[in-house]
Design a protein around this ligand. Structure first.
Ligand code: ADP
Length: 483
């Protein structure tokens, strides 16, 4: 089989820079695709954390002026990844969140920052680096959508193109007044181009020009064809449904391995699950929860936003507590929801533990120590925490939406009878249905035979990148140029 050269582009890559699941996927795919004879180089912005990880980086190109200032394209290896960083301090030399300033507002020049990222990627795709000819370009989310517009209007050998949607809620829309500054020809400004209801749409551009479109679960791929979930892009997506598919995310099963995880108080496995109890008591102690091995402990690790349905969980706190449950919260996000959990923890010492912040190690400990992990999202393209839950024996209790419905098998009587259930689902995502789901979970928790069976089924499910990587590789081979 011919080795395929894949040029990926994304605004985040784990472990160099991460705000969410996008980074995990972009960081894990290169190693997974290597097993499929696909060699990946990834273009990312030269944020401070990225540049710090490339001390021996080599400048492949230098620009006196690139989208408003001097820039370099730096090649280097970091964490086993083959990185091409756009080192442009005027665009990316800012600490903290990649998209917004200290006041939480999007940087006003995001249009320029991510146009620059897309432009450099398109240039590389079309042959700007001597001796490097990628077969396929894989662009992730709106920050990279203009890449395919730039490629469309460039001459020469064009690699195949794939646009992956990780979250349709983020579309990158900007004023049409900026169009002349993007360096695209006038004919690109139209509904048959980058225009989106009178604005410029970066994701729209990517979806329009890509050879293939993927999203991160089959169920989300179906949902976003509907006006209810399509967020204004459903018409375009329906029009392109012949080239669209859903490929589930995997997780990095080395990074997330309860048998070797350095963050845990006690390592465990599917065949030796008993030490898991030590992780529960360590988590209870860390969060100031009562040391109670019999209390059902629910965990959440998440961005605290409306999407994630956590206002409904806050409303359900009295129901949880009245049934003797405990709650472990790790998250950061909207001040109102953060405040809600802080207040709930303060009002219920010993029963609710809450860390507002981002903490990779604690995320592992919450998954290893909780009996169940809650993911009550209103919409969820794929979701990763329920996959971590499956692998770590924290039974997922999830909303029946998007990737959550694709990855968790509900413990209804038929699935229990067939011995295949791995968690609990509820729909629609309302206070009442969540209340019922929590009650149902606690009922099953109090039947150890069933609960242990759910856990064993979950821990046996394949949540690795193996199957998804095969699917991506097969698609890349279909669209790679013949030469
Ligand atoms: P999204 O990308 O919408 O935030 P995902 O479930 O796809 O949701 O991915 C979220 C990722 O971010 C997971 O790897 C999760 O463990 C991680 N994560 C979210 N919040 C935190 C946090 N506060 N601390 C540590 N990890 C977090």
């Amino acid at each position: 089989m011919k080795k395929l050269q894949l040029l990926a582009v994304a605004s985040e890559i784990f472990p160099l820079i991460k705000t969410g699941g996008l980074a995990d996927v972009v960081g894990a795919l290169p190693a997974a695709l290597a097993h499929e004879d696909v060699k990946v180089r990834t273009v990312v912005p030269g944020y401070p954390s990225v540049m710090a990880a490339l001390p021996k980086g080599k400048a492949l190109r230098t620009f006196a002026e690139f989208f408003g200032g001097p820039a370099q394209l730096i090649a280097g290896k970091a964490a086993g990844l083959d990185i091409l960083a756009l080192d442009a301090p005027h665009l990316f030399g800012r600490p903290g969140n990649p998209y917004s300033g200290p006041d939480g507002r999007d940087w006003p020049d995001n249009w320029r920052r991510f146009a620059a990222l897309s432009r450099i990627t398109a240039d590389i795709a079309m042959g700007a680096l001597p001796g490097y000819r990628p077969d396929v370009v894989h662009a992730h989310d709106w920050q990279t959508g203009l890449t395919f517009a730039y490629m469309h209007f460039a001459g020469g050998r064009r690699p195949g193109t794939v646009m992956t949607i990780h979250n349709l809620a983020f579309q990158g829309q900007f004023s049409p007044d900026l169009f002349p500054l993007l360096g695209l020809p006038p004919e690109a400004l139209g509904t048959d181009g980058v225009e989106y209801y009178g604005a410029i749409g970066y994701l729209k551009a990517g979806l329009h020009y890509a050879d293939r479109i993927t999203t991160v679960s089959p169920c989300y791929a179906a949902e976003i064809r509907t006006p209810e979930e399509g967020m204004g892009l459903d018409g375009l997506i329906r029009g392109r449904s012949g080239v669209m598919s859903g490929i589930l995310n995997g997780i990095d099963v080395d990074e997330w391995n309860p048998e070797t995880d350095r963050h845990l108080a006690a390592k465990f496995s599917a065949t030796d699950v008993a030490p898991r109890a030590l992780n529960k008591s360590a988590l209870q102690s860390f969060l100031g929860l009562d040391q109670d091995a019999t209390a059902p402990l629910f965990g959440i690790v998440t961005r605290l936003t409306w999407q994630k349905g956590l206002d409904l969980l806050l409303a359900n706190v009295p129901n949880l507590l009245s049934q003797g449950a405990q709650l472990a919260v790790l998250g950061t996000g909207e001040p109102g929801i953060e405040g809600g959990f802080r207040a709930a923890a303060a009002a219920n010492p010993g029963r609710i533990g809450c860390v507002i912040g981002y903490d990779e190690g604690l995320a592992h400990r919450v998954l290893a120590g909780s009996d169940a992990v809650l993911v009550p999202s209103r919409f969820e393209p794929c979701g990763l925490t329920q996959l971590y839950g499956l692998r770590y024996g924290a039974i997922p209790v999830v909303a029946r939406v998007g990737g959550l419905s694709d990855t968790v098998i509900d413990a209804n009587p038929a699935a229990l009878g067939a011995g295949v259930a791995t968690g609990l689902q509820f729909a629609p995502v309302t206070y009442e249905m969540m209340r019922v789901a929590l009650e149902r979970s606690i009922g099953l928790y109090r039947q150890p035979d069933i609960w242990n069976q759910l856990r064993a089924n979950g821990m046996a499910s394949d949540v690795s990148w193996r199957d998804p990587a095969r699917r991506y590789a097969a698609m890349f081979r279909e669209i790679a140029p013949a030469d």
